[in-house]
Design a protein around this ligand. Structure first.
Ligand code: HPA
Length: 245
């Protein structure tokens, strides 16, 4: 059976219902992951869980050691990765509380350690990244969302910004012209690093606010936290479905 790793984002720093059998503190050639990797049983199968921002939540998106996180998960035996993240909604369909299983992404980040292929290399490697997300895993997430009765979009373009600040109205307008449907800060380089390690990867994105300029007011943390509280419970139910299937 495939060993799944779940990378929990904001609002998902722990996985209730996970019977923990080990907490692995791994040093990798790239440093230490955001938190101990939790190995355990969830929905009747072996899973790995990692809190992307640490537990408690303290590592901001631009300072997450994505390379250490992915390397440690691979080394611990992960065979596929489900990444959960909170996003802002750009497209009209992406209202607060809506889920999206993105099929494409655009990377707007800068200065992050984004590849394993550097330093003393035997040869130069260019991975194919035409389709950044694994189709089979995306389908599983969509089936889980359907079974849980969640409002969701089975496709979407994820735009990844550097953060930690939110975007300007003009930046979101540009991202919309680029074709982005949702905006988040953690989708990259995570997806690319997973591909470099040949790990199938897909995202379960929860919209927690309208992106800048997409609502009348300013974006508040209180609004985001409210949406996280309501939505992450559903996200956990979806994960349990996917893993039990
Ligand atoms: N922008 C970027 N990242 C986010 C947002 C947003 O509006 N909401 C949650 N993560």
């Amino acid at each position: 059976m495939t060993v799944y790793a779940i990378i929990g984002g904001t609002g998902l720093t722990q996985l209730d219902g996970l019977t923990i059998t080990a907490a692995l503190n791994r040093e990798t050639p790239y440093g230490v992951p955001s938190a101990p990797l939790l190995r355990g049983e969830y929905a009747g199968r072996d899973v790995l869980f990692l809190a992307r921002h640490g537990h408690p939540h303290r590592v901001p998106p631009h300072q997450v050691n994505y390379r250490a996180n992915l390397w440690a998960l691979k080394e611990a035996g992960a065979q596929a990765i489900i990444a959960v993240n909170a996003v802002g909604g750009i497209h009209m369909a992406m209202g607060t509380g809506h889920f999206c299983v993105p099929h494409q992404l655009i990377d707007y980040t800068a200065g992050r350690e984004h590849t394993f292929f550097e330093g003393e290399l035997q040869h130069v490697t260019h991975i194919d990244f035409s389709h950044p997300y694994d189709a089979e895993l995306r389908e599983k997430l969509c089936s889980g969302l359907l079974a849980e009765g969640c409002a969701f979009s089975s496709h979407g373009v994820y735009g990844c910004t550097q953060g930690p600040r939110l975007e300007t109205v003009a930046e979101i307008a540009r991202m919309e012209r680029d074709g982005c449907d949702i905006v988040g800060m953690t989708g990259m380089p995570e997806a690319a690093l997973a591909r470099e390690l040949a790990l199938p990867y897909a995202c379960l994105s929860l919209v927690v606010n309208p992106a800048a300029g997409k609502s009348a007011g300013v974006i508040t943390m209180a609004q985001i936290e409210r949406a996280l509280e309501e939505g992450m419970g559903k996200a956990k139910a979806v994960l349990a479905r996917v893993l039990a299937a």
